[in-house]
Design a protein around this ligand. Structure first.
Ligand code: BEZ
Ligand code: FE
Length: 302
């Protein structure tokens, strides 16, 4: 504790004004960080402590309010499992994952070339999606209300526009009931997800379903927060993808259906204009009635 703490409250301490709190307290806490601390951790924690103390002083945070927040965070941890990441979801609904994604992408791209923009990973990625053959479908037991889509395009270098051979595209999407396969006992494992590798021409192609809007899980603390903030839990219709290829920066992104609801008010703030795509009618293909052509531009590693 700082030695400037008073033992009694003056009347002016109880009202407005961060200036009425102990002016030395925050620097006292920051100075407790020891000399062996990693420099980046020191930078991050110094700033975090400064901002979180300033925030508490600015809103005159009470013990009851702080206790409610701690309880909410604890419950988020307690309900998290290998298929439910409530901590990440809490960050998502206050836009933190999207902001961190923007910061990381801007740093990585610093670009003169038109690189495909990034978007948040979200909590439903799985590392172990199966590798499938070009032309396969990722939709098994396709629901009756789903529209099948042939999604295809070229993965290319953003600087030369040359096709990239052997790029790995990892794709995942929710079913029309709004659930990813790991959330839904009625879907077979790895339904609506898979990895594909481009051929010599940099092309990929596979069958999937037209995505539909869905609510993020709202039966936990993140949902309670949305409710308290008078917000809805819906995300616009989207497909997730990650592209990896040696000598290029990996990209994690999402593409959004131009005709979807919620493009302007995504509950997790992930939409970017350049990621909005058109599904168009596909003639003469008995496997799909729609087509989505989507080229992906990778940034070469410097
Ligand atoms: C998703 O798109 O899968 C997602 C992203 C953030 C929070 C919840 C779900
Ligand atoms: Fe999603």
């Amino acid at each position: 504790m700082s030695n400037t703490h008073k033992t009694t409250l003056e009347p002016e301490d109880t009202l407005n004004g961060a200036g009425h709190y102990d002016p030395n307290f925050t620097s006292h806490v920051i100075s407790a960080i020891g000399p062996k601390t990693d420099p980046r951790l020191r930078e991050v924690m110094t700033s975090l402590i400064q901002h979180i103390h300033d925030f508490a002083r600015e809103v005159h945070l009470t013990v009851d309010e702080w206790t409610s927040a701690v309880t909410l965070i604890n419950r988020a941890g307690q309900m998290s499992t290998s298929t439910r990441n409530e901590g990440q979801l809490l960050c998502d609904v206050i836009g933190l994952e999207s902001l961190v994604d923007e910061i990381t992408f801007k740093k990585a791209a610093a670009a003169k070339d038109a690189v495909t923009q990034s978007a948040i990973l979200g909590p439903f990625f799985r590392h172990d999606a199966p590798l499938r053959n070009l032309g396969d479908s990722i939709s098994f037991d396709t629901p009756k209300d789903a529209e099948l889509v042939y999604m295809h395009g070229t993965i290319m270098s953003a600087s030369t526009c040359e096709p990239v051979e052997g790029a790995e595209l990892d794709i995942w999407q929710a079913s029309t009931n709004g659930l990813y396969e790991q959330q839904d006992p009625d879907q077979i494992e790895h339904n609506l997800r898979g990895k594909f590798r481009t051929g010599k021409d940099g092309k990929y192609g596979f069958y999937c379903i037209r995505p539909t809007p869905y609510p993020v899980p709202d039966d936990g603390p993140a949902g309670e927060l949305l409710h308290m903030l008078d917000r809805h839990p819906y995300r616009p219709a989207h497909i997730h993808l990650i592209v990896i290829k040696q000598s290029f920066k990996p990209i994690t992104t999402q593409i959004f259906d131009a005709e979807s609801k919620y493009l302007d008010n995504d509950s997790v703030f992930a939409v970017k204009d350049s990621l909005i795509v058109d599904f168009t009618p596909l003639q003469g293909n008995e496997k799909a009635g729609l087509e989505l052509k989507y080229d992906i531009h990778l940034a070469p590693v410097d």
